[in-house]
Design a protein around this ligand. Sequence first.
Ligand SMILES: [Zn+2]
Length: 368
Amino acid sequence: MAYAAGRPEDVVVALDVGGTGMKCALVRPDGTAVHTERHPTDAGRGPDAVIATILDVAEALAHRARAGGFTPVAVGLAVPGVVDSARGVAVWSANVGFRDVPLRELAEKRLGLPAALGHDVRVGALAEARLGAGRDAGHVLFVAVGTGIAGAHVVDGTAAAGAHGAAGEIGHILVRPDGPPCGCGRVGCLEAIASAAAIARRYAQLSAPNGADDPARTAGAAALPGASEPTGAAGQPAVSTAEVAARAAAGEELAGWVWREAVEALADGLATGQALLDVRTIVLGGGLARAGDQLFTPLRAALRDRLTFHREPHLVPAALGDQAGCLGAALHALDVLHAGGPAGSSAGAGDTLDTEQTRPSDDRQEPL
Ligand SMILES: [Zn+2]
């Protein structure tokens, strides 16, 4: 649970490093941020330059804390991709360009403070469960729906990482055996249908002149008379997910069909999650959750339709926005500190190895 022994002036230097930007903060043990800032990741510069920026930003934050009368007690880092929290190594992270980067050790050496490295979605779940929309729920399933779909199960403030650190990969639950291909190599995964990226991609494919080649179009053809929207270059959705949502809300048939398919698939995935985990609250985050009632109203109904003897969970939007990863990185660092260091950590999020290398993209904080 949360680090309770802190003094009021204690803060954690926290950085959530994504493919496009870093969210940074000085976070008190109670989870309040006394300062926040953002920096571009600019991953195109290469991993060494990104690492240098992370360390520079972290050091500057520690200086800023001291100048403001605070005492930095730890560094909390979160990155996407494959994260070995026990060793503090960013094993593989496509968007950031990391491969076997010992970020924890680098941060400890540079700042002279204990550091912890967590996985972005799992620490985000930790923050939502302790401080955000899942607060007081006890049992929480956090699902981030953005470029991909990933989740984490938090029980009494602790995120379960699984035996191999790969728990919560709800995006790769099979929901449509004859569905579109997924980045993981299989077909019909939840992520291939209901992620924000999949919604835009499917809309583009189905509205393309050759969209009839797509089996999903054939399946939905009866509901799609005269659908013929212009698209961009092959593989490049010409219409954003937000625009698909807007067109669906405006009554456009194709957009409405794609949106409903995504909602139905998400309900299938969440029903599976609820059957397995029996949580009190499901917190939906990521870009798609910003669609608000257009998503939550039909999704709650579709989920209810699928539950028989299972108790219906509260289905709520995330409350911390894109700050969740940063706050969670701080909570994770305090957990590790409180447990006496990485080797003794049993309460933190993302304790061992996450396996997300199959994702086509792993930055889930992008806007809808
Ligand atoms: Zn998959």
